[in-house]
Design a protein around this ligand. Structure first.
Ligand code: TYM
Length: 347
């Protein structure tokens, strides 16, 4: 496939990212995504953040849980520092442009591309005959989330990299097939000390809301005692902390705790090992627990306060959806024109 000629300056910088309301949020979501979304809000670029409820139902969600998790996710964004006036904060299903553009992209993306997605292979596993069609098509909807706004930059954790490469392929194929320079070739923004926070029980596995063991993760709803207990019990090794990062090369669990500390403190991992060189985990873990509680407790408290008024959360999501729709609809109209759909309905 030949790359279309791209003149990046023709696209206004715009940030989009999303989180699935498919369970409680974890420290991985916070450090890999939310915390960085908040930083982006201050960089003078338009920021659009979405609770992707349509992605969530690619695996079964009970309606009551989905509603609660969507509101809880919105509360987490706001509690973490997203200002719904400065950023657009909304839930995906209230802006139908996502589903509409998703369909167009289902017709651009190739079966082979989707079949190579590692997340599809992991989630569908051996039982792919029984997985939903939505789970297979999911990355095309994700491309639509981003490109419905012509977003140029997408902050995410490391696990979303392959989906963003697919988004670039879809944009390039659309531009190429229709002979236009319409969609930007979006840049993934994967940066910081915690782009891949690992399980507290197994340093080779990602920290995930779907891990059956609650001990493997810190949830944004955990109280101070639970956070401290999980860090105390986190798997480590008997060696003390080295004085350089090289000394953590084959110690994934130790490296993970150092990364978490660094991301929470706003330091580099190298600075953390320099500061704690020689410390045993018996000493380092309580320090990490104290730091984690000091960062996360105010967020949890604010989430709980916001969750006491779900009507206000719904109002914020409604307002954000209207602002999102105002950007996406004219872009989608242009897409329909490019594709050759007759648009004659009077509005
Ligand atoms: P989701 O809901 O699984 O995760 C949301 C964000 O959190 C990041 N993340 C992590 N970062 C570091 N360490 C971890 N252990 C960890 N776990 C999760 C994810 O990388 C992500 O940035 N497909 C997406 C949602 C999505 C989306 C989009 C994202 C749908 N449309 C458009 C960006 C743009 C997902 O399932 O993320």
């Amino acid at each position: 496939m030949s790359e279309p000629v791209q003149t990046p300056q023709t696209f206004t910088p715009r940030i989009f990212s999303g989180i699935q309301p498919s369970g409680g949020l974890t420290l991985g979501n916070y450090l890999g995504a939310l915390k960085r979304f908040v930083e982006k809000q201050d960089e003078g670029i338009e920021t659009i953040y979405c609770l992707v409820d349509m992605h969530a139902i690619t695996v079964w969600q009970s309606p009551a849980d989905l509603r609660r998790q969507t509101r809880e996710g919105a509360a987490a964004f706001i509690a973490a520092g997203i200002d719904p006036k400065r950023s657009i904060l909304f839930n995906q299903s209230q802006v139908s442009a996502h589903a509409e553009l998703g369909w167009i992209f289902n017709c651009v993306a190739r079966m082979g591309w989707m079949g190579r997605m590692t997340q599809w292979k992991d989630k569908a596993g051996k039982n792919s005959e029984n997985a939903s069609l939505g789970l297979f098509a999911y990355p095309a909807l994700m491309a639509a989330d981003i490109l419905a706004y012509k977003a140029t930059h997408v902050p995410v954790g490391e696990d979303q990299k392959q989906h963003l490469e697919l988004t670039r392929d879809i944009a390039a194929k659309f531009n190429n097939d229709y002979g236009v320079n319409f969609f930007p070739i979006t840049e993934p923004v994967i940066e910081g000390a915690a782009t891949r926070v690992m399980s507290l029980r197994d340093g080779s596995k990602k920290m995930s809301k779907s891990d059956p063991s609650d001990q493997s993760r810190i949830n944004l709803t955990d109280d101070a005692d639970a956070i401290a207990a999980k860090i105390r019990k986190a798997k480590t090794d008997p060696e003390p902390l080295p004085d350089t990062l090289d000394g953590l090369k084959d110690r994934p669990e130790a490296r993970n705790l150092v990364n978490i500390y660094a991301a929470l403190a706003g330091l580099t991992p190298a600075a953390v090992v320099a500061e704690h060189a020689g410390a045993q985990f018996g000493t380092f873990k309580p320090r990490l627990a104290e730091l984690a509680v000091s960062v996360l407790s105010p967020i949890t408290t604010e989430m709980n306060r916001l969750m006491a008024d779900p009507a206000e959360i719904d109002r914020i999501l409604g307002e954000g959806s209207a602002r999102a729709e105002a950007i996406a609809r004219p872009i989608l109209d242009e897409v329909y024109d490019i594709v050759g759909m007759v648009r004659s309905r009077q509005v």
